[in-house]
Design a protein around this ligand. Structure first.
Ligand SMILES: C[S@@+](CC[C@H](N)C(=O)[O-])C[C@H]1O[C@@H](n2cnc3c(N)ncnc32)[C@H](O)[C@@H]1O
Length: 374
């Protein structure tokens, strides 16, 4: 079967994945059955029944059956994943250790395990153990050598877990960590069935999926989810301009997910395009001179206004009869111990009589190059 892009396929993921081309998928997000092993009715302290996970799709006869199933779907994922793609698997305490062990056994290389800290967890109603207030996501590649996508700066931009709202507002950004706080999916985000009850017992928060997709894939990539449920992964992918292939065995979930996807609009923007991680266009001095951003013979100044050198045709600076590259001369002019300093942090030119850092001129040149590329 050829890759069906932007599709929801109603079927068993093992069978569907067997029909996909090998090494055809950039990113996989899998939210498999957790095998919760709940028994009997779970009651709140005041006696009302808590609507937990007791679905038929979450039942397994014994550990060996769950292990066999896990090995099978993970092997199928491994076959269709591109060599430099990556996979995320989410699970609770009931299953994540089994899954993690099998992933390593199959050769996956764990990049991170992320704790999804639930800001509104279900309490342990009878106080018999700790509130189970997190789930774990394993992020892995096919091998240790995979050159997987990680939009590092986009992740920094999205990190509101370790930066206070006030600091974030004033521009503070910090490296994203492996503990993410999101509320459990509820309210209007939660899909309901015809009788107004929650349609799916384990619908994941869209915010969680948006983060996963944004930081570990590129615009236009293909994202696969073998356990689609309400199609949260597809929705996040569509919003962020990725293609999606969603597999789900339950027809009712598929129908609801298709409707949800139809109502979803892409949100084009810097997060979708990982613009923060874009490498700026190259800006060689010779090209900037050629394009008129600098003029041969113009003086180069230090920040304090001292005129030190003049620009020569090949982008070097003429200083006391010698042509030096701007970084070496920057160190010399500053009297630095290092033999070279970044000249773009040191040199200024004059525009309309005012000193302007040459890195600002370089930025203008890059904008010009970007515009030409559009
Ligand atoms: C934990 S839920 C996924 C929920 C989803 N992430 C969401 O946000 O709605 C697991 C889903 O996998 C589906 N499923 C279980 N076994 C499957 C299989 N072999 N093939 C396809 N779907 C399967 C179940 O019907 C269930 O909807």
């Amino acid at each position: 079967m050829a890759e069906a892009w932007d599709a929801v396929i109603n079927g068993n993921c093992l069978e569907v994945m067997a029909g996909l081309a090998p090494e055809s998928v950039d990113l996989i997000f899998a939210d498999p059955p957790y095998w919760m092993r709940t028994s009997g009715e779970l009651q709140r302290v005041e006696g009302t029944v808590f609507d937990g996970v007791d679905d038929a799709w979450d039942q397994f006869s014994e550990l060996s059956a769950y292990e066999a199933f896990t090995r099978e779907w993970l092997s199928a994922c491994r076959r269709v994943l591109k060599p430099h793609g990556s996979i995320w698997v989410i699970g609770g305490m009931q299953c994540i250790h089994t899954i993690g062990a099998i992933m390593q056994d199959l050769g996956f290389w764990i990049v991170n395990d992320v704790v999804w800290r639930k800001s509104n967890p279900t309490p342990n109603f009878h106080g018999t153990r700790l509130t189970n207030s997190h789930e774990t996501l394993i992020w892995a590649t096919k091998s240790k050598d995979s050159k997987y996508t990680f939009n590092y700066k986009t992740a920094r931009e999205l990190n509101i877990d370790t930066v206070s709202p006030t600091d974030y507002e004033s521009g503070v950004r910090k490296q994203m960590g492996s503990i993410w706080t999101f509320p459990v999916c509820s309210g209007s985000e939660r899909l309901k069935n015809a009788s107004g009850k929650k349609l799916h017992s384990t619908q994941k928060p869209l915010a969680l999926l948006l983060r996963v997709v944004a930081i570990s894939s590129r615009y236009g990539d293909l994202v696969l989810d073998p356990f689609g449920g309400t199609m949260t992964t597809g929705v996040a992918s569509k919003i962020l301009g990725r293609h999606y292939l969603m597999i789900e065995q339950d027809e009712e979930y598929c129908d609801a997910g298709v409707a949800r996807l139809a109502m979803t609009a892409p949100e084009d923007g810097p997060i979708a395009h990982a613009a923060y991680d874009e490498r700026p266009p190259r800006a060689p001095m010779a090209s900037m001179i050629e394009e008129g951003f600098f003029t041969v013979g113009e003086p180069f100044y230090l920040r304090d206004g001292r005129e030190i050198a003049t620009l020569v045709a090949d982008g070097k600076l003429s200083f006391e009869g010698e042509a030096l590259d701007m970084h070496t001369l920057a160190a010399k002019a500053r009297g630095a111990k290092a033999t070279r300093l970044n000249g773009f942090d040191v040199w200024h030119v004059k525009r309309d009589g005012e000193l302007v850092p040459i890195k600002d001129i370089r930025e203008q040149y890059r904008e010009h190059v970007r515009r030409l590329a559009e």
